[in-house]
Write a new protein. Structure first.
Length: 310
């Protein structure tokens, strides 16, 4: 009987804002703008860092990886959401939904780990400038990035292999896309185990990296206070402050979604929260981390063949 019911669910209906046509139209244009800026900003960063040899440093190596993640992260869901905004009854097959869900989850976990790696890089640069090149060797940089990707992949494989999810009941997802928590609410197997695993895995994926980043930036702040130049301190605090704002938005919204007890249905609040870590931060990352940097601006001018003074 269970097996027969499972075969009934062949597709999901994505609610989104279908009950509010005007809001859905506004969401379409807003997402289109944000997605375009995300692709432009992150794509530009990847090209500039690859082309300009002046940016072949550990920091920009990590930033290029972050940009690649953000491009694929937003592309795993936003194009489908944009299409759904133009559709009266948005549907998606179960296989496509699970593919979208696990892809987004994999890339999101990778970004969590990579942001912690980037914080360590900044800590080494500010607190141990004389030994920075020795600490952040080429081999270590590759190992840290590879560990981020592999660690995220293993966590996803464990979830897929040991906690497969089956659907045999409602097929309406009250969300813009196949967001993990919204999809798992419709499962009829391993629901309790998946909920426990989600919270348990949130500790190494969200809590530990975020705590490490906070502690690291406190150490960086203490080192910055020792800088004699008032202008240098102001610049350093401005940079660190903007980094912390973006990190706090990303981790804060993700933790509020994945580290709290889940209700049986998704709310509009959940939809809004998912936009912060899935759409907003990928757009802000290149603006905050890179495009305000003089080195990056100079590299962009060199790539397009112009001088900064022009």
């Amino acid at each position: 009987m269970t097996r027969e019911n499972e075969t009934i669910v062949s597709e999901f209906i994505l609610v989104g804002l279908s009950d509010h046509p005007r809001a859905q139209a506004a969401l379409f244009w807003l997402l289109l703008l944000v997605y375009s800026l995300t692709l432009l900003g992150n794509g530009l960063m990847v090209v500039v860092i690859i082309v300009d040899s002046h940016l072949h440093t550990p920091m920009y190596f990590f930033l290029s990886n972050l940009s690649v993640i953000d491009i694929f992260y937003t592309s795993s869901s936003v194009p489908k959401v944009l299409n759904n905004c133009l559709t009266y009854r948005a549907t998606i097959s179960v296989l496509s939904c699970l593919t979208q869900m696990y892809t987004g989850l994999f890339l999101g976990i990778t970004e969590c780990f990579l942001l912690a790696v980037m914080a360590y890089d900044r800590f080494a640069a500010v607190c141990h400038p004389l030994h920075y090149t020795l600490i952040m060797s080429h081999r270590l940089c590759i190992s840290l990035v590879a560990s981020s990707w592999i660690g995220a992949f293993l966590l996803i494989v464990i979830r897929i292999v040991f906690m497969p999810i089956h659907f045999c009941g409602p097929n309406i997802i009250n969300h813009f896309s196949c967001e993990t928590q919204a999809v798992y609410k419709l499962g009829c197997s391993n629901v309790r185990i998946n909920a426990i695993y989600t919270i348990a895995s949130g500790i190494p994926v969200l809590v530990m990296p975020f705590t490490f980043i906070m502690v690291t930036y406190i150490r960086i702040g203490m080192a910055v206070l020792k800088i004699r130049s008032g202008q240098g301190r102001s610049k350093a605090f401005s940079t660190c402050g903007s980094h912390l704002i973006v990190v706090s938005i990303f981790y804060g919204s993700a933790m509020s979604m994945y580290l709290r007890p889940q209700s049986k249905s998704s709310s509009d609040r959940d939809k809004l929260i998912s936009l912060f870590y899935g759409v907003v931060t990928p757009m802000l990352n290149p603006l905050i981390y890179s495009l305000r940097n003089k080195d990056v601006k100079g590299a962009i001018y060199r790539v397009i063949g112009k001088k900064p003074s022009e």
